[in-house]
Design a protein around this ligand. Structure first.
Ligand code: SAM
Length: 302
């Protein structure tokens, strides 16, 4: 297990994933009833952007760094700012004096936005990262953390007793067969709890296998689980031309049972975010276009 999220934290891929997570959590908060957040690959919780890893690999400067600068300068269009607000409020809460020095990972972001009646179940397989995560949340009674395989934990955690909530599956993709593991985990989890919201993060690197994952999951949901099309949402962002094999420059999520309004919110935010984060002319985004390949030419929307 060599992957350390601290080297990549706050990059473009984190932005889209975390924004989608925030939209799910804010939607669940519309009712008083408690809900649960399940994070199968939790990381360490909060990241120090002045720390050794983030300084050696400052990917965050081209991600949250650019968004933070636009936020501080008041350069975010009103409709986009309204959607980004809970996310940026959570980032502001841990950067009290206005300088961007810390970034909330998915569990920290969720915990900041969740209420007293809600709960969090986190799994992190790396022993040292699990310890850091445990230290981070040691006062928070809503949080339970286990050092175990996140895919296996899904079997034990689903369905949650509250019957409301969101599951984030965000593996490091260190192994070639990660998409296959994720597909198996997805089908196992959704079979147990078909009404939950799920976010599956995947890189846009090996496009053939990514397409296979997206199509396979959609086909199973539509044919075997009798889901309707609106219950599957795909959102991708790439900051430069995708070249295979090459460094990561695109990523996105497949959301199952997305909350009402998510597609519209992403259609408002993604064009602005893509323009802000682009690193060359090949940048783009897409929503709900599982059959389309990201390319150089144009943004593809619904
Ligand atoms: N979700 C985090 C966030 O957004 O802040 C980042 C998670 S990072 C991409 C993936 C994490 O999964 C790493 O911390 C890694 O140690 C952990 N991990 C790897 N394999 C795992 C497994 N099978 N089960 C649980 N955690 C695992």
């Amino acid at each position: 297990m060599n992957y350390r999220h601290a080297f990549h934290v706050g990059n473009f891929a984190d932005i889209l994933k975390h924004l989608v997570l925030v939209l799910c959590i804010e939607s669940l908060k519309k009712k008083d009833k408690p809900f649960r957040y399940i994070d199968t690959h939790a990381g360490i919780g909060r990241y120090d952007l002045t720390g050794d890893e983030a300084r050696r690999s400052p990917e965050w400067q081209e991600g949250i760094g650019r968004i933070w600068a636009a936020h501080k300068a008041g350069d975010i269009p009103e409709d986009v700012a309204a959607i980004l607000k809970p996310y940026l409020d959570a980032v502001s809460e841990i950067n009290y004096d206005g300088d961007l020095e810390s970034y909330p990972g998915s569990p920290d972001l969720a915990a900041t936005l969740m209420r007293e009646q809600d709960s969090l179940r986190l799994t992190e397989l790396h022993p040292a990262d699990k310890e850091t995560l445990t230290d981070h949340f040691f006062r928070d009674k809503r949080v339970k953390i286990e050092n175990r395989n996140g895919y296996e934990a899904l079997k034990a955690y689903l369905p949650p007793p509250e019957r409301r909530g969101v599951v984030l599956v965000d593996p490091p993709f260190e192994h070639r067969d990660e998409l296959a593991h994720m597909a198996k985990g997805a089908m196992g989890g959704i079979s147990r709890w078909p009404t939950g919201t799920y976010i599956f993060w995947r890189p846009l690197k090996d496009m053939e296998n990514t397409q296979k994952f997206d199509d396979g999951l959609a086909e199973w949901l539509l044919d075997d689980m009798e889901f309707s099309h609106e219950k599957i949402l795909l959102a991708d962002l790439w900051v430069k031309e995708i070249v295979e094999p090459g460094p990561l420059c695109g990523a996105g999520v497949v959301v199952v049972n997305p909350p009402y309004g998510m597609q519209e919110a992403l259609l408002t935010v993604l064009p602005w975010v893509t323009e802000l984060l682009q690193q060359d002319e090949g940048a783009g985004w897409r929503i709900n276009a599982p059959e389309a390949e990201p390319g150089l030419e144009e943004q593809i929307d619904v």
